[in-house]
Write a protein that binds this ligand. Structure first.
Ligand code: BGC
Length: 416
């Protein structure tokens, strides 16, 4: 394809606080302690079907795999990590702020921790890297969990007070705020499937939580813009490309319903109170009933199908919102780094195609900068998503070769 990305395109990678910082004390760290042994026992049932099971078995059956602990110690090593970001040619970086650090007790803000994030942002700016700051990537302070978390309406007001404080403190150096990360995944796994905290299986609670998160996203928009009119406020949502499992006559309708509720319902309800859409895209999902699935293509270490064209199909569907789009996550669990370089290149090819055809995509953040604690559905440390490999014994960082391949695209040397 004869195509060059726009000059001011944001190139980067993404992380989230609980997955990389280490030393967090929140509702997830508590849940991890209570569930680690069970998760280790259930590992074969959950991951035994994967072709790499014999390789991951020891890690996946070890309870420590399910305890975030010191994670990547990014809390103490962010300067070193941002040096890597810089060396990889990135001009933007997405990370999240940990609410439980900022407000460990109700209404009591921890100035030292606010200072920490101020320094994190300054460290990015000093390297010429634009911060994209997520305000909520699934974790809550313990006192919020104690009042029922997002099932309780009061959590909305508590959250708004937290963001008013933190946005006010950090506003000088931040232009892009992402309020919520993937309310659909959080609610689906936490309240329908029950596979991650708080581990409920109750559709009514799920609905309540989803609506509370929706109100939160909308009201946060007003609050942030009141503090600073010139910033951009968005969301990072999970988007999937759905296809019917086979051509059984009902499957098309099932697919359309799932597609609407997963991809568009929340966005439609947000309405105007959104400056940009953050798109997290990983894979294609086949849905429907009866009969065999059509064959999956190549898969990641987690068994997720690699389906690059899906990112294009999703972007095209987002065009109707007439908002700038940032790919706020896209990535692959690939411990041997055999598939990542091609994964990046192929996904960027399709992002490029969408831009060429008129979609307003302004950035791409690879998930993830570092190998990290893969907390969705409590998968733990064994899935390796990083451009940078972490040795969890020594905390040594090692840049994977795919990260250099990504840099070539950023530098425009490997044109699509
Ligand atoms: C989440 C990340 C996660 C990634 C890979 C997204 O759903 O935002 O926290 O690590 O997917 O599973």
């Amino acid at each position: 394809m004869n195509f060059q990305f726009p000059k001011n395109f944001y190139w980067g990678s993404a992380t989230s606080a609980h997955q990389v910082e280490g030393g967090n004390h929140n509702d997830w760290s508590e849940w991890e302690k209570e569930n680690a042994k069970r998760l280790a026992r259930e590992a074969e049932g959950r991951f035994g079907y994967l072709s790499n099971w014999t390789k991951i078995k020891i890690e996946a059956q070890n309870p420590q795999n399910y305890i975030s602990g010191r994670a990547c110690d990014h809390y103490n090593r962010y300067e070193e990590d941002f040096d890597i970001v810089k060396s990889l040619g990135h001009n933007a970086h997405r990370f999240s702020i940990e609410w439980s650090r900022i407000e460990p007790e109700e209404g009591k803000f921890n100035e030292k921790e606010i200072e920490h994030y101020r320094n994190v942002i300054k460290a990015l700016r000093a390297r010429g890297i634009e911060p994209f700051v997520t305000l909520w990537h699934w974790t809550q302070p313990i006192w919020i969990a104690d009042i029922g978390g997002w099932e309780n309406k009061k959590t909305i007001d508590h959250f708004l007070r937290y963001i008013e404080k933190i946005v006010g403190e950090l506003k000088e150096n931040v232009k892009f705020w992402i309020v919520l990360n993937e309310p659909n995944i959080y609610t689906g796994f936490g309240f329908v499937k029950g596979s991650h905290p708080p581990g409920r299986r109750n559709i009514f609670k799920a609905l309540k939580v989803y609506l509370n998160l929706l109100k939160t996203q909308k009201r946060s928009y007003e609050i942030i813009h009141k503090i600073d009119q010139d910033v951009e406020v968005g969301i990072a949502n999970s988007f999937m490309h759905f296809e019917e499992k086979n051509n059984f006559f009902l499957n098309k309708s099932i697919k359309n319903i799932v597609n609407y509720f997963w991809n568009f319902w929340f966005l439609n309800k947000i309405g105007k109170e959104l400056d940009f859409i953050g798109c997290n895209y990983y894979s294609r999902q086949l849905v429907g009933i009866i009969g065999k699935k059509v064959g999956l293509g190549e898969v990641s270490d987690l068994g997720w199908e690699i389906f690059p064209r899906g990112i294009y199909l999703v972007i095209k569907k987002l065009k109707k919102y007439k908002k700038p789009i940032y790919i706020t996550e896209s990535g692959i669990a690939d411990a041997n780094d055999e598939k990542r370089a091609k994964f990046i290149k192929d996904h960027l090819f399709w992002v490029g195609m969408a831009i060429k055809e008129g979609s307003d995509v302004r950035g791409y953040f690879h998930w993830s900068l570092l190998d990290n604690f893969e907390f969705p559905e409590a998968r733990g440390f064994w899935p390796r998503f990083g451009l940078v490999e972490i040795n969890y014994e020594t905390m040594e960082r090692k840049i994977r070769s795919s990260a250099w391949e990504y840099k070539k695209i950023i530098d425009g040397k490997d044109l699509l």
